[in-house]
Each structure stands twice: as C-alpha cells, then as structure tokens.
Design a binder for this molecule. Structure first.
Ligand SMILES: *Cc1c(COP(=O)(O)O)cnc(C)c1O
Length: 463
C-alpha cells in the first residue's frame, strides 16, 4: 500500500515512512492510495475473530511493508494493556448500543490509537537506529494517553506541558504518576494556550527540531486513524451477530474529525448497506455540524464546554474528507486549505452537499442538553455517560432511524469528567483505576511559561 498527500506534492511512500512522516512534508495529510473493499467471504471470516485478530487483518491491509509476525506482536502488546477481554465491548441500554472505548490505561478512546502508535514508533526507531523526542502541550486528555503510549520505551523521550494547577486533579495524576525515566511532565505556570504557543515556537526552530529529532503527538498520524477503523468493524460484527444481517448507523462525538474519519474509512471498506450513516455530533463548537447540515464551513470563537476534548473549531483531520469530497483532486484541496488558512470559509451546495448528507448527518448539542442527557439517560437506564459520550447519544437519539441499530461511541469513562457528571446526577463515579492513583509517587517539573526555560529543559533531557 502506497500513501499520497491530500496536497499532491510528495511522491508516493510506504506505510512505515508515512508513520514516521506524520504530517506530509507538503503540509497536507497522508492517505492510502486506495481503500480496499472487503468481499463477503472475507467479512464472514473476520466475523469470527477476536479484537486483536481482527486488528491484525485490518491493519495489515494498509501496512504491507511490516512483516506479519512483527505486526501481530505490536498489536497483541498494544491491546493487552486494556482491562476488558473484548478491548472495546458493546453494551445495549435504552434501545441503543454503547461502544465502550475507554478500557485502556487512561480511560479515554485515544488509548486505542496511542497504545499502538507508541509500540509502532519504538519498532520503527529501532529498525532505523534513530531516536525521537516527543514534545507536546495538553489540556488533559491527549497528553496522558500519549505518555501512557510511550512510557518505558527505548529511543523515545516524551515532554508534555500542562498548565500548572489548571487541569483536573485526576488528569494531573494520570500524567505525573508516570515516573518512567523517559517521561517528563512539565507544569508551566500559565495557561494551555501559553503551552501551545511555546511548543509551536520550539517546533518552528528547524535547527533545534532537527538536532533533537522532535516529534509531535497530534491526531493527524495515519496510524492513529487506522487503529480506530478496527472498532467500527468489530462493533458492526457484534451488533449484526445479535440483530441479524441488517446494517448499522454510528453516532460519533467529534472534535478533530479523526474518530469519525476512521468511520468513513470503515464505511468504504464495508459498503454503505452495512455502515449507513455516520452521525457527526458536536457540542456548542459546531463548525462541523454546520458543514454537514448546511454546507457551511466557517470558523467561530472556541467556546469552553463540559466536553473539552471537543472544544475545537478547525478540525485537523477535516482535510482528509475534503480530499474525497473534491473527487480526490489534490490541487483543489490545497487551494481550499489555503483559503481557510487565510481566514476565509468554504461553502458547499448542490451535488457536494447531497454527497456530504448521504455520508454524514450533523447535529449540535447545546451545553444544557449535555447535562440533561447524562441525567435522563442515567434515570432511564442506570448507565452513566461522560459529557463527550452524552453529546453523541443526544445527537444519535435525535437523528436515529428507528429501523436500524444505532451504535454510539463512548469516548471517555465518566469518572474522568466527575464535575459535569456530579452536576447531572449528584454523584461522581470514581473507577478503581483512578482511585488507585491517589497517593502514588509523582514526578513533575514546574517551569515558568517561557520558551527559553522549556527549550533548555528539553536540551538537557533529550535522548
Ligand atoms: C479526542 C476526543 C474526542 C474527539 O475525537 P476526534 O477524533 O478529535 O474527533 C471525543 N471525546 C473524547 C473523550 C476525546 O478525548
């Protein structure tokens, strides 16, 4: 399988190179040259597989430059860290399916991709005899999933900035209780935006970046998308095992468009009779919901909500879908992205809009509805949703086709967002995995929110 850029300015490369490149060197995003459809015989065989076995079949279709035995080993190790034997189990509540993606080490769905990516990086760096220093800023979730993805690995050090005393105590502990030698938690005395700005400045110093082999933890690495395709297929099989051969719709709480783009890839692999509509659910930050319902892709101010991992305006993976929408025309995609970067907007109507609406349905869930959904769903079904999952469930219930099974992706454990959950139902579920963090030894360096201080720290501790 060869990979190309959405902006068309790189020669096709293999999977391994695509993983190491991350962002395409022409500024675009990497995509496989084709998405292989799956025939009935293959699907019948895949239906019988366990989660890691299915992951091997799906991922190997896109990564033929890694020997199968090596890939199997990477996948098996990645999903052994999950606490549920099915890795991503389905539960049925209130007439819908909830796909629990939060049984990994940090209790959020990003573990599904980052556990695999961490192992993959370690493998590829060893093969190339190279090292990498990962630098990133987090407001909570991605940073801890990335730390847990690479902790204890050879050839990789990771430096994660978080705003000192401005992340929840649980989120802080999830990061600082990781005391492996290759993990550096930097609490900066400033805001998340300060952290992001510092990281951006350091990455812009190309000589420094090259000297220390800086790598990023962003959601645009193709390997992350690929790992997420697996649970769409796995849950499609589990639902149709129990409901018969009909197709399935999905509702996906969306921020950077990574998770739902994985659903788009799964839909191309399985066909639209099997995976029908992908319901794109947003919180008040609704640019993507407007894109689907009205063809209006224009950015607005970011509004803070109880589902912070979806408080995003310009979604970093949107360009991947735009490329397909533009009929795989890279020049047109590059021009559209340039227009957005210059502060413009995009508008779609006619055939383009009908195509968007065949593939997606969009819905915005306003903040008061999020809390009400957590409360109502708990009262009716005795099941606690986290605020991100509640956005997806609310949108799914509003737009569902009663004749088809609906799977709502549960992207975080409610214990991670205890304040919002307590506001809704008056209690705060604390799973043992989080309760067990209290009192563990921690390691964290407090630094002023200054480029120089962070740079110097990285310089001293880089591998
Ligand atoms: C990252 C995240 C999302 C959004 O996923 P995208 O791939 O960015 O669309 C939703 N819920 C939770 C809990 C997350 O951490």
């Amino acid at each position: 399988m060869r990979y190309i850029s959405t902006r068309g300015q790189i020669a096709p490369i293999g999977f391994k190179e695509a993983v190491m490149m991350g962002l395409a060197s022409d500024g675009g995003l990497l995509l496989p040259e084709s998405i292989p459809a799956s025939d009935d015989g293959t699907l019948a065989a895949w239906r019988e597989l366990s989660y890691p076995e299915l992951a091997l079949e799906v991922i190997s279709r896109f990564s033929d430059d890694i020997p199968r035995a090596d890939l199997k080993n990477l996948i098996d190790r990645s999903y052994r860290s999950f606490s549920h034997p099915q890795v991503t189990p389905l539960v049925k509540r209130g007439g819908i399916y909830i796909l629990e993606l939060f049984h990994g080490p940090t209790l959020a769905f990003k573990d599904v991709a980052l556990q695999f990516l961490g192992n993959l990086f370690e493998y590829l760096l060893a093969e190339r005899g190279e090292r990498m220093n990962i630098l990133g800023a987090t407001s909570g979730d991605t940073g801890s999933a990335a730390i847990h993805g690479v902790r204890g690995k050879g050839r990789i050090n990771i430096f994660i900035l978080h705003p000192h005393q401005r992340v929840s105590p649980i989120q802080e502990l999830q990061m600082t209780s990781v005391v492996d030698d290759n993990v550096f938690n930097l609490a900066i005395t400033g805001t998340f935006d300060d952290g992001q700005a510092i990281v951006k400045t350091i990455f812009n110093d190309l000589a420094f970046k090259e000297r220390h082999r800086l790598g990023a933890v962003n959601s645009i690495n193709w390997a992350r998308i690929l790992a997420q395709v697996v649970y769409y297929l796995y849950s499609y099989f589990r639902v149709t095992d129990s409901e018969g051969g009909r197709g399935v719709d999905f509702s996906v709480p969306t921020g950077n468009f990574g998770d739902i783009f994985a659903g788009f890839v799964a839909r191309r692999m399985l066909g639209e009779e099997r995976i029908g509509r992908l319901i794109l659910a947003t919180n008040d930050n609704d640019i993507l919901a407007r894109f689907v319902t009205r063809g209006d892709y224009s950015t607005a101010q970011v509004t803070p909500t109880s589902s912070p991992s979806m408080d995003i305006q310009l979604a970093s993976n949107f360009e991947r879908y735009l490329y397909y929408l533009n009929g795989e025309d890279a020049a047109r995609t590059a021009a559209d992205m340039e227009k957005m970067a210059a502060g413009g907007s995009l508008a779609f109507d006619g055939q383009a809009l009908s195509r968007i609406q065949r593939e997606f349905a969009g819905y915005r869930v306003a903040e008061p509805e999020v809390i009400a959904t957590i409360r109502d769903f708990f009262n009716a079904n005795g099941y606690v949703l986290d605020p991100h999952t509640a956005v997806g469930v609310r949108a799914g219930l509003a737009l569902r086709d009663p004749g088809r099974p609906l799977v709502c992706l549960a992207t975080a454990h409610p214990g991670k967002f205890g304040a919002a959950v307590a506001q809704a139902i008056g209690e705060q579920p604390l799973p043992p995995a989080l309760a067990g963090l209290v009192g563990l030894p921690t390691r964290c360096q407090i630094l002023p929110a200054q480029v120089g201080a962070v740079r110097e720290f990285v310089e001293r501790h880089a591998c």
